[in-house]
Ligand binder design. Structure first.
Ligand code: ADP
Ligand code: F6P
Length: 319
């Protein structure tokens, strides 16, 4: 293998640039030519290939976003779009591809594999919803961004002795909500993996004030409920002054944490090694400190579950 490509796809995540840097530098170290493909699969279909050298990825390890941009491409879900993408890879004599993205992007990589293109996935998504790796690139940064925001909300919630509902991202998973809620001492955490019981939430809010608490914070995963609806229900049932903050896309930006930079560097380099060793159709991951490669089918089939002990601990520590 002499030429490989790398692209970022789907929702961007802090640390993607560190992963791109690792793919490029490791590839060059191994004597390969490395091409960046801009705008994900949409750019692959359009032939947006850029040769990358060591300097191309200078001064990006600390930057959020992705220098290769990202995109979502419905065209790539069609056989015609996939055929054009494969033709572009052949035209540029790119023999293997590193796909940095989430579960959707790996479904796209599977389609390329069916057309004979060797690919290795690097899990880049803040959702942390992929089996085969303890955490995904961007997750740690998004949790830290969330708790910095919730710390600020706690100040004003205490000043006004108010109840705040904070909605976080995570698509259909509750990892961000659970970890940010635990790290910030939320009174209740609503995740899609557990039934939403607003009666209990309201009871916990009432009990919090009865016990002398000056505020209540409820962290809601977007896949569990809408923050505005939860806040309205609390206000109606308890009569307590309640406000809502939807953190939204601030969770997707900002400088990646050290952990995400290290994870991205290790997995980006591991993906290059895998391609050189003929290992393909799999996602690189870090499990208990060990690099592991999981076939896409397995990584996508297993629903990564939140840790129930952690979920119970969060409730205990919020009494
Ligand atoms: P993420 O990788 O963050 O989960 P998406 O789910 O938006 O992001 O998927 C990113 C892109 O991957 C899509 O825009 C599409 O181009 C491609 N993709 C997703 N699912 C499939 C599929 N089943 N077959 C082919 N391509 C897919
Ligand atoms: O998958 C990452 C993610 O941030 C999800 O947590 C969120 O629901 C979604 O992307 C938002 O998608 P978009 O960037 O298209 O608004």
């Amino acid at each position: 293998m002499r030429r490989i490509g790398v692209l970022t796809s789907g929702g961007d995540a802090p640390g993607m640039n560190a992963a791109i840097r690792a793919v490029v530098r490791k590839g060059i170290y191994e004597g390969l030519e490395v091409f960046g493909i801009e705008h994900g699969y949409a750019g692959l279909i359009r032939g947006e290939f850029q040769p990358l050298d060591r300097r191309s990825v200078a001064d990006i390890i600390h930057r959020g976003g992705t220098i290769l941009f990202t995109a979502r491409s419905e065209a790539f879900k069609s056989p015609e779009g996939q055929a054009e993408a494969v033709a572009q890879l052949r035209r540029h004599e790119v023999e293997g591809l590193v796909v940095i993205g989430g579960d959707g992007s790996f479904r796209g990589a599977m389609a390329l594999e069916e057309h004979g293109v060797p690919t290795v996935g690097v899990p880049g998504t803040i959702d942390n919803d992929l089996a085969g790796t303890d955490t995904t690139i961007g997750f740690d940064t998004s949790v830290n961004t969330a708790i910095q925001a919730i710390d600020r909300i706690r100040d004003t919630a205490t000043a006004h002795e108010r109840t705040f509902v904070v909605e976080v991202m995570g698509r259909n998973s509750g990892f961000i909500a659970l970890m940010a809620g635990l790290a910030d001492g939320a009174e209740s955490i609503l995740v899609p993996e557990e039934p939403v019981d607003l009666e209990t939430v309201c009871e916990r809010v009432r009990a919090a004030y009865r016990s002398g608490k000056r505020h209540s914070i409820i962290v809601v995963a977007e896949g569990a409920a809408r923050g505005f609806e939860v806040a309205q229900k609390i206000q109606e049932k308890t009569g307590l002054d309640t406000r809502v903050t939807v953190l939204g896309h601030i969770q997707r930006g900002g400088p990646p944490t050290a952990m995400d930079r290290l994870l991205a560097s290790q997995l980006g380099a591991a993906a290059v090694d895998a391609l050189l060793q003929g290992r393909r159709g799999c996602m690189a991951g870090l499990v208990h400190g060990e690099i592991r490669f999981t076939p896409y089918e397995q990584a996508l089939a297993e629903r990564k579950d939140i840790d129930r002990e952690t979920y119970r601990l969060a409730a205990i520590l919020a009494i």
